[in-house]
Design a binder for this molecule. Structure first.
Ligand code: F6P
Length: 359
């Protein structure tokens, strides 16, 4: 019988992380009489000794809160841990053996790792080294093929939809083209869903590279129908046909700035003013909507169950309306992108939304 487990959050934060933590801690202690240790700042906490007992008091009131009580970081991969060598040069060293030793010293018999693809890869490698790991996927991008939805996605869509609604009224008042850039990395899910929910005129996603002439043509044809404003929702990973993604920082592959590129692509050909809004981290912060709280709670409970049953090396996932366990390995190897010929895009096209490809 497992008596003591650890829980951590890694990678970027996401609305619903606290709901997972709360459900996992409650299930582990109530159903299985386990003690839960919170490992702060992802795997980093094992190296720096930032460990907190997850008592009832600690998790009280966290369900509606965004972010993560355990804090998180995009750095601190124990297999490639950044440090400075004796000559003052920045290097990466493998500290995974220290992590394994620390887990054993703490008497941790299972770890619930909540994270995106980076965290899941680390979890898989530690599992291969004999650490009993169970994973919970998180990303607002909804780009993991192993699960129908990740928590946080619908909250991000709700925030982006609200932004589209707000841009609508000002666009209409001034007769302007409003371009809203949303997140999603190389998947267009947030742009597609918020664009449809908010009634955008044009949606630009990575899966359907755009042609500036096609966007211009869509704007002109609406003008002919006496609609003198347009809402364009563009995914941060969108690109021109034959072009490349727009990066804020290419070395770290941080996407951003495509909305300004689109504005530049069309500005000289249209007689409407253009304004750009980059939604940024607003869509990742704040309280999760009920759907995400419930999905996160189900994931947290299921992760504790997997630990209790000794089903290590697995990740919880949503299939239809059922929570299942899938190998972590499968989960990290397959991404999920918008199908350009799929039902959602086809619905959008039927109601007159353009995708900047001239169709
Ligand atoms: O993967 C989640 C996400 O929010 C992406 O949509 C976005 O590209 C990225 O993280 C932003 O990362 P950071 O918080 O490091 O700027």
């Amino acid at each position: 019988m497992v008596k003591r487990i650890g829980i951590l959050t890694g990678g970027g934060d996401c609305p619903g992380l606290n709901a997972v933590i709360r459900a996992a801690v409650r299930t582990a202690s109530r159903d299985y009489d386990m003690e839960v240790l919170g490992i702060q700042l992802g795997f980093e906490g094992l190296l720096s000794g930032q460990i907190v007992p997850m008592t009832t008091e600690v998790i009280r009131g966290i369900l509606p809160k965004g972010g993560t009580l355990l804090h998180t970081t995009n750095r601190g991969n124990p297999f490639e841990y950044p440090t400075i060598d004796e000559h003052g040069a920045a290097v990466c060293v493998d500290r995974s053996a220290e992590v394994v030793e620390r887990i054993r010293e703490l008497g941790i018999e299972g770890i619930i790792a909540i994270g995106g693809d980076g965290t899941l890869r680390i979890a898989q490698r530690l599992c291969d080294m004999g650490i009993p790991m169970v994973a919970v996927p998180k990303t607002i991008d909804n780009d993991l093929a192993a699960t129908d939805y990740t928590f946080g996605f619908h909250t991000a869509v709700a925030v982006a939809t609200d932004a589209v609604d707000r841009l609508h009224t000002t666009a209409e008042s001034h007769g302007r083209v409003m371009i809203l850039e949303v997140m999603g990395r190389n998947a267009g899910w947030i742009a597609l869903y918020s664009g449809i929910a908010g009634g955008a005129d044009i949606i630009l996603i990575p899966e359907i590279p755009y042609r500036p002439e096609a966007i211009i043509e869509s704007i002109r044809s609406r003008q002919k129908e006496h609609s003198n404003f347009d809402i364009i929702v563009v995914a941060e990973g969108a690109k021109r046909q034959g072009g490349e993604e727009s990066y804020l920082d290419k070395a770290s592959r941080r996407l951003g700035g495509i909305a300004y590129q689109v504005a530049g692509d069309i500005a000289s050909a249209i007689d409407l003013e253009i304004r750009v809004t980059v939604l940024g981290h607003i869509q990742r912060g704040g309280s999760p909507i009920p759907f995400d709280r419930i999905l996160a709670t189900r994931f947290g409970k299921a992760a504790a169950d997997l630990i209790a049953r000794g089903q290590f090396g697995t990740m919880v996932a949503l299939r239809g309306d059922v929570i299942v366990a899938v190998p972590i390995e499968d989960a990290v190897s397959r991404m999920k992108y918008v199908d350009p010929e799929g039902d959602v895009v086809s619905t959008a096209r039927s109601i007159g939304i353009a995708f900047g490809d001239g169709r």
